[in-house]
Design a protein around this ligand. Sequence first.
Ligand SMILES: [Zn+2]
Ligand SMILES: [Zn+2]
Length: 271
Amino acid sequence: MPIHICSTCGTSYPDADAPPSRCPICDDERQYVPRTGQSWTTPEKLAGGHVNAWRQLEGDLFEIHTQPQFAIGQRALLLRTQSGNILWDCISLLDDATKTLVRALGGLRAIAISHPHYYTCMQDWARAFDCPVHLHAADAEWVMRADPAVSHWDGETLQIAEGVTLLRLGGHFPGGTVLHWADGAGGHGAILSGDIVQVAADLGRVSFLWSYPNMMPLAAVTVRRIAAALAPWRFDRIYGAFPGRQVMSGGGRAVERSAARYVELLGGSQA
Ligand SMILES: [Zn+2]
Ligand SMILES: [Zn+2]
């Protein structure tokens, strides 16, 4: 029996004769069910019509993105460190080519994921590379396929390798996490931010939403708290959830400015 993958969000569900009747991730207001109804695929069907494309973003950072686009369309990032590779965020498609290429790069030391929309097929990636998946405990209810590789962490920060630290910022999800990479951007530091700090279209701003598909904002107090939590961390670059979405320099100032403007608009008096 195959596992079942939601075609709208990419989340995987346990193997069964038939797909589940609903996808709780898509039923939530932070995602959506298409008007045409929910549809499902399997790993085999997905691999039959899609491939993973790779791009080297900087010396030790690779993007892995499924083409044609599948579900939400996020990228996974493979980060090389002295002590092994880390996969940041995850995608549903793990095909033979991707397994071979990741193994050729030295396999994975750990997987870390920003929030439940990108849990996808983390269980299969963890099994293929025999590594743990670090998820924030505040979002534990959103794991749809329990797996011994899932390791829930609590608190505000977790160092998972030398110079690689997970920061819980919350917002979009209570356990919403970004990854701080001290050696990124040529030693100036980088943040891998998923949907938690969303890189905007002008590549110089970021935004923060409760629901991206349904365009629902966060409270001013939450946005202020996110900006304050990032302020002590040194970073110049922000790699967002989607291909092409990165703030290449001035990332720290971009977060500060964007958060201030967001709060101003929420409390503003424009008609
Ligand atoms: Zn779904
Ligand atoms: Zn999301």
